[in-house]
Design a protein around this ligand. Structure first.
Ligand SMILES: Nc1ncnc2c1ncn2[C@@H]1O[C@H](COP(=O)(O)OP(=O)(O)OP(=O)(O)O)[C@@H](O)[C@H]1O
Ligand SMILES: [Mg+2]
Length: 327
């Protein structure tokens, strides 16, 4: 469905000093700066996959999506979307894809939602009977009944995003790119949107590429993730595999009744004091287990409380950003 080979994109910026003089100077002698946003990224995505595309702010996610959807042309590399090149077959591609950029809207601001939908269906040549059928299905799944006749400007953010999703699916695209789809939504709308994505994926084998800073979106939807850092791909594989590798080291946190006096020393573990009554033990799961760690701690300190700490996907991603991927 998506084939990208060695994509690269560098933005050129012109720095301008303030004021009219600055503008004149910059006109005659522009000071250029180059920002390499995406470097040599290749991706191969099959029909029906839901890919989590993650990376810190400014790592190049949106730039990649813009190149995959034909909004931007890559400086180097090639893209094929369902066999078509976005830079050559823009109209044909538009019928196959749906794109949602968290903050941007497909809908007309001052006409009722239902009329925006109708317009969207006309633009995409959706036959009337199919339009009615899809509208009914989408209205039910996204709970839009009560807002269809309201103008978009009167909708809350959550209501508007639900309508954006409905609009995208009126032409039933094969591939959908979602750039931070759940940004600013409350927990219940997030859940509704996630269920909707799952349903569309199951019913129509829709392929999704999703960027999100909300790791719950990623964990609940994506089996495969791609992590990019400073424009480069650093991981492409299953989420479970990544978690398993990173949980080679586990952490248990302890609280003591009295002030801690001496560090605990033993092979294959790292002891870390947090304050006078709290410490953590990081240990390697190949050599030690929970029970042994707890025994060691109880033998040396008057323990009041014990907490097991599971590594979260947030921590994994943070560690990859900070230290890179070693394994
Ligand atoms: N139109 C543009 N002109 C110049 N530089 C740009 C432009 N768009 C993005 N950039 C720069 O390219 C880099 C990558 O930006 P991009 O928007 O792709 O990141 P992102 O991963 O989507 O980040 P975020 O998580 O904050 O949305 C950043 O350094 C950004 O400042
Ligand atoms: Mg972005």
């Amino acid at each position: 469905m998506i084939e990208a080979h060695h994509l690269s994109k560098t933005y050129t910026l012109v720095d301008k000093e303030a004021g009219l003089l600055g503008s004149i100077k910059s006109f005659f002698r522009p000071k250029k700066r180059y920002i390499p946003a995406v470097k040599n990224i290749s991706l191969s995505i099959q029909k029906g996959e839901i890919i989590g595309y993650i990376g810190s702010n400014g790592s190049g996610k949106s730039t990649t999506i813009k190149m995959l959807t034909g909004i931007l042309y890559p400086d180097e590399g090639q893209v094929l979307i369902n066999g078509l090149d976005p830079s050559k077959a823009r109209t044909a591609i538009n019928r196959q894809i749906g794109v949602l950029f968290g903050q941007k809207s497909h809908l007309r601001w001052d006409i009722p939602v239902i009329e925006s939908f109708f317009l969207h269906a006309k633009i995409y040549d959706v036959p009337d009977s199919l339009y009615q059928e899809r509208l009914k299905h989408l209205t039910k799944l996204l709970e839009l009944e009560s807002i269809l006749n309201q103008p978009v400007r009167n909708l809350s953010l959550g209501q508007r995003v639900k309508c954006e999703f409905a609009a995208i699916f009126l032409h039933q695209p094969a591939i959908v790119f979602l750039d931070e789809p759940t940004i600013g939504l409350d927990a219940s709308v997030k859940e509704l949107i996630r269920n909707f994505i799952r349903t569309m994926n199951q019913e129509f084998q829709t392929t999704f590429l999703i960027t999100s800073h909300d790791m719950q979106d990623i964990e609940s939807l994506c089996e495969r993730i791609v992590i990019i850092d400073k424009g480069q791909k650093v991981y492409d594989g299953s989420l479970t595999h990544l978690k398993k590798n990173f949980s080679k080291v586990k952490t248990i946190a302890f609280t003591t009744h009295t002030a801690i006096e001496a560090p605990l020393k033993a092979p294959h573990l790292e002891w870390k004091q947090l304050d006078s009554h709290h410490f953590e033990i990081h240990y390697q799961t190949e050599h030690l287990n929970n029970a042994q760690i707890i025994q060691l701690a109880f033998a040396q300190y008057p323990i009041e409380d014990v907490t097991m700490k599971e590594i979260t996907i947030e921590q994994i991603v943070k560690r990859i950003y900070e230290e890179g991927l070693h394994d």
